[in-house]
Design a protein around this ligand. Structure first.
Ligand SMILES: [Zn+2]
Length: 223
């Protein structure tokens, strides 16, 4: 899949956790999906992996945190990157074009075959199961020009754009870009008018909608 040089990247801590095998599975898939499109972050991860290897060579294992040595070794054993993931053979041409392989392997089907649920006017969500109830992972399709309700976060929301683009107070996010929203940010992502926007979103913790009326929707809409 061709590199597109995204403008917004995962935070360095997320890349480091990925390189050392400490990232949660959903985060690992998001990072690997970004890496499939981002040569700059691939280079960073290679440096982190080399650093992990140097630590293994230079220090007794006891200085590494619990499990870190095993995690580093597992990453090194696993080879270079995402190409080792299983193939998503059943995907259609549009899914193969839009969804980089690390995520495609977890979908196991074409994007149009996922269990899309309506989450508002022009917004649909397909929840992905990564076996971790504390993290909500989903694909979200936002119709052209549609605005997501203003919300803040009790925890962290990480969004990667797969198709189209959205804008919020922090900037413009297009294919390959990753946005990390923390508890201070009250934002209203809006899909650009010319194309639907598809994003992979990971939410750790709950979102709180901040409008007077939309607050009532909180139990129903969590992204
Ligand atoms: Zn990047």
């Amino acid at each position: 899949m061709a590199d597109i040089c995204p403008n917004h990247h995962p935070e360095a801590a997320a890349l480091l956790d990925y390189a050392t095998g400490k990232a949660a599975q959903a985060t690992s898939v998001l990072v690997a999906t970004h890496l499939a499109l981002c040569p700059a972050c691939r280079a960073d991860v290679r440096r982190f992996e080399a650093l992990g290897g140097a630590l293994v060579d230079a220090e007794p294992p006891a200085v590494l945190a619990n499990g870190a040595l095993a995690a580093v070794l597992a990453r090194l054993d696993a080879g270079d990157d995402e190409e080792d993931q299983p193939q998503g053979e059943t995907a259609d041409a549009e899914t193969i074009r839009l969804i980089p392989q690390p995520l495609r392997a977890y979908l196991g089907t074409g994007i149009d075959s996922l269990a899309w649920k309506i989450r508002g006017i022009g917004v649909r969500e397909a929840v992905l199961d990564f076996g971790d109830p504390s993290v909500r992972t989903s694909l979200v399709r936002i119709a052209p020009g549609v605005k997501i309700l203003s919300h803040t976060h009790d925890a962290i929301e990480t969004t990667m754009v797969l198709k189209g683009a959205f804008n919020d107070v922090t900037g413009r996010y297009a294919r390959g870009d990753v946005a990390t929203a923390t508890s201070e940010l009250d934002h209203t992502p809006t899909a650009e008018a010319d194309e639907e926007c598809i994003c992979l979103i990971i939410v750790e913790g709950n979102l709180r909608f901040t409008g007077r009326l939309t607050r009532l929707l909180n139990p129903l809409m969590r992204f």
